[in-house]
Design a binder for this molecule. Sequence first.
Ligand code: URA
Length: 267
Amino acid sequence: MTADPTYRGFALDAETALALLQWQAELGADEPCLDAPLDRYVMPDRAETPPAPPPAAPVVAKPRDEAEDLVARAEAMAAAATTLAELAAAQEAFDGIELKKGARNFCFCDGNPGARVMIIGEAPGEEEDRQGRPFVGRAGQLLDLMFGTIGLSREAVDAERGLYITNVLTWRPPGNRRPEPAEIAMMLPFLTRHVELAQPQLLVLMGNTPCIAALNQQGILKLRGKWTTAFGLPALPMAHPAYLLRTPLAKREAWADLLSLSARLEG
Ligand code: URA
């Protein structure tokens, strides 16, 4: 803002504008929130805005919670799917989840659906949203390296060496925010059916969100490395590769977890 009436804004050359945009993207500002800028200087002061009145007490019995209806619809759609292809089609068609409106692509799975090991991650990020495949960004590259060290790969066509990969959410949350409990609840019937149809021998719960979804527990740093049961299968919670990128010292524990997985597969 300036008081100078002749002020016409900054003159930015294209190169500087691009550098500024890239800088913002590196800070995590990866999408605009509004079509037009918001001039907060002309908005009424918050303090002047009277508080909203409390909601009126309901005079009739509360209608059945809409969220419960959506979960019930998701359950019915997931249960009706008899193949992975049908499940993918049903989940993509499910309109109950708002995230679908803001995402570019549906992100169902990657890798070998016959693999012994199925990895369940959190949700698509920017690159996954662009490509419609889970774990293809920086965290995904680290994930490939990690599992490669114990001879597992999403490219492998044999069940022994293959990896099958999915996420709790199949649509990207805006700005990579954490999945909300209601979103997890709506996607859980699809995830449960996904595991039933893929029939892996072992699950890897990659990060907090799949632990919330599958175990109803959180605190990945406590849960990691301890074998448990999820969807009726042996499951190993592990720290998310995005966390490992930020916390390289935690890679030592992740390595121990990979060895534990490898021993279980061999045993
Ligand atoms: N993080 C996840 O949990 N899943 C992805 O697909 C990408 C990043």
